[in-house]
Each structure stands twice: as C-alpha cells, then as structure tokens.
Design a protein around this ligand. Structure first.
Ligand code: ASP
Length: 365
C-alpha cells in the first residue's frame, strides 16, 4: 500500500509540477480510496467511560442513555446511508449529544473549579489527514462544529479560549451565553466534589435558574468518576474514516487544564492508512501514551487486528500506568472495536445492513 502511495505522490509531483501540488494530488488520486460506493459504511460511538454500574443506575436512567445513544447513532447512520461523508456523520451524531444534557459535552458539560464550562473538541479526517481542535471554549453551542471549522476554514489545527470563540463567531457558528451550558446535575456534582476536596465553592453562575427548593432527589446523583465525554468514529462508502470527540473535560478542573480529547493523537485520531479512534477517560494518561495514535500505529506498522490493538493499549499499556477509560475505533476495511478498562462505557455501533448494538456495562458484549 505504501509503495502505491509513493507512486501516486511521484505522479502527483510530475503532473502538479511542484511540491505545492503534491499533497492534494496524492489525496485525490490515492489508491487506498476505492471508487465511491464500494465500501459498506459503519459507525461506532461512545458517551463516556467510568464507574458506570448497574447497581447505581435506575431503570429509567439506563433506558434514557440507551435511547440517546441509539438516536445519535441513527443520526450518523442516516448521513452514511444517504452517501454522506464520515466527517458529516461524526459531526451530526456529536451535535446531538452536545445538545443532550446527559452527556459531558456542550450543554451538560461538567464545571471547572471556578464554576465555568470550558469545552474541548477535535475532529480528524482520515482521507486528508487534516485535523481541527479547540480547547477551553465557553460560548460555542457545538464545539465539534468549531473544531471542524478550524480544520476547514483556518490555516491552523488548534485554537484555544477567547480566540477560539472569536473565530467561532466570525464563521457564524451558533453562539450562546455561558449560562446556556449550565445544568443543575453538574452544578451539584461540582459542589459535592469541591466540598470533598475542601476547595472554595464559587457563586452560582449568573442567569441560571435558582437552586431547586426540594433538593436534588429527582436528579441522578452526579459522580466525578462517570465521564460522559462523547466521541464518534465513522467509515463512509468511499472508504474514508473520520473521528471526533467533544467534552467538558474533568469535573472541577483548574488552571486552564486541557485533557486528551482535543489533542490529536491522544484522544482523537484518524488516518485511512490505519484507523480512526476516539477516547474517553482521565485525559492525562491518554496524553502520555498518545493512545489514539498508538492504536493506529499498531494496526499500521505491526499489522494488528483493530480489536487486539485497542485491547493492548487500553488493558495493558494504560493499566500499567493506572490510566482509566476506553476507546472506540474503526478501520477503512470495516473492522469495529471498543475497549475499556472501567466498569462501564456508554457505547453503540452499527455496520451497513446490520443492527444497532448498544451497551453500557462491561458484562455486555
Ligand atoms: N478524556 C476527557 C478529559 O480528560 C474526559 C472524559 O473522557 O470524560 O478531558
């Protein structure tokens, strides 16, 4: 495969007449890309990994998560079934999860120790190896769309903070007041964690509803060890893979902390030469091991099966450094994988012509 790519690069150089043309020619004429429609599409998604156990989940919450995972998977499947690109499928599914307060992404994101929602997201396109990422954004309704805009409409790969939100407004993405991202459940989760850690509790954010008078009984107890980050990997009928991840990061994070999700190669990665991966878990470990890229390298250079490569990194390498979490992955030849070393990971997958599989706990297939 590599020899063939080299040949195309050389032809591209000759036809294009200069190095400036080489890259796009190689992408357009890549022999790894079969004619449109030859591949069966497939998609895998996660809604976060962590201490997610049957005993602490009510039947209603369990059912609500399964329904949400299914709806997002269906959104991606609809795009792919219509012949849409893997990148469009990734964005469509993640936008739905960003709008759903059950997940730690977009509305429903966890709070920083200062009582803010700082959102991170990334996308990568396996056909072109282009990528876009944002960290610490506070006003963009769909950080995944902003990551995509960074990839498609800026010369950069990663933007952060205020500048990223400014860019977001300039490309006319939907803007929100920071209070839009507030949810009572996450706020109570923050208060609980800060109390435990003896840290000061910030004032309740401006513009949000008053604290419920009847307490929090009706709200599922928030837990710092249920992550809820979202990610999607997809394969389209052209044989192109793409990956995306969106998160509020870890609860009570401080000092502008950024996790693995927006770091290309750590929490998000895609290449048609190997695979596409989205991760979830304690980001610090995923950054140190460049988890997503390492899985793809095992596939690319060692010829490992996708599931074996994912298990190697998640169950051996991560465990060896006490890293907790999981991944979803997909290859251009249609292998699907998920792997996690936590009690649960919200997840779903489907291949063209097959059925939707949804799982939460580790004792499910
Ligand atoms: N990986 C994310 C982070 O460290 C958190 C998560 O997966 O929920 O920011």
């Amino acid at each position: 495969m590599r020899t063939a790519v080299m040949a195309v690069l050389m032809v591209g150089a000759v036809i294009g007449g200069g190095p400036g043309m080489m890259r796009s020619d190689a992408v357009l004429a890549s022999p790894t890309k079969a004619p449109s429609g030859e591949h069966k599409w497939a998609v895998v998604l996660h809604g976060g990994a962590g201490v997610i156990e049957r005993k602490s989940m009510s039947a209603e919450t369990d059912a609500a998560y399964r329904a949400a995972l299914k709806a997002s998977l269906q959104a991606a499947a609809d795009v792919l079934e219509r012949g849409g690109t893997s990148m469009d499928a990734v964005e469509a599914a993640i936008k739905l999860m960003e709008d759903n307060p059950m997940f730690n992404a977009g509305k429903g994101a966890v709070f920083t120790a200062d009582g803010k929602n700082e959102l991170d997201a990334a996308v990568m396109d396996g056909a072109t190896m282009n990528a876009g990422a944002v960290a610490g954004v506070t006003r963009t309704r769909h950080p995944i769309s902003l990551a995509r805009a960074v990839m498609e409409k800026s010369p950069h790969v990663m933007l952060m903070g205020e500048g990223a939100d400014k860019f977001s407004a300039s490309v006319e993405l939907e803007q929100e007041e920071p209070s839009y991202f507030f949810t009572e459940r996450r706020w109570q989760g923050l208060v609980r964690q800060l109390k435990k850690e003896n840290l000061p509790i910030p004032p309740r954010p401006q513009g949000v509803p008053p604290a419920p008078a009847g307490g929090m009984a009706e709200i599922e107890p928030p837990d710092a060890h249920k992550y809820g980050t979202v990610g999607v990997v997809a394969l389209d009928r052209n044989g192109d893979v793409a990956a995306g991840t969106s998160t509020g990061g870890t609860q009570a994070k401080r000092w502008g902390r950024v996790g693995d999700s927006p770091i290309i190669g750590a929490g998000t990665y895609a290449s048609n030469q190997s695979c596409a991966v989205s991760a979830t878990g304690t980001g610090e470990y995923f950054i140190r091991l460049t988890v997503a890229r390492t899985i793809c390298s095992l596939v690319q250079y060692k010829g490992m099966k996708l599931q074996d490569a994912a298990d190697q990194v998640v169950h051996k390498d991560l465990v060896a450094i006490h890293g907790d979490g999981g991944v979803i992955a997909i290859t251009p030849d249609g292998q699907l994988a998920w792997s996690f070393n936590t009690p649960g990971m919200y997840r779903a997958r489907m291949s063209e012509g097959g059925k939707i599989e949804v799982g939460i706990y580790s004792d499910e297939r």
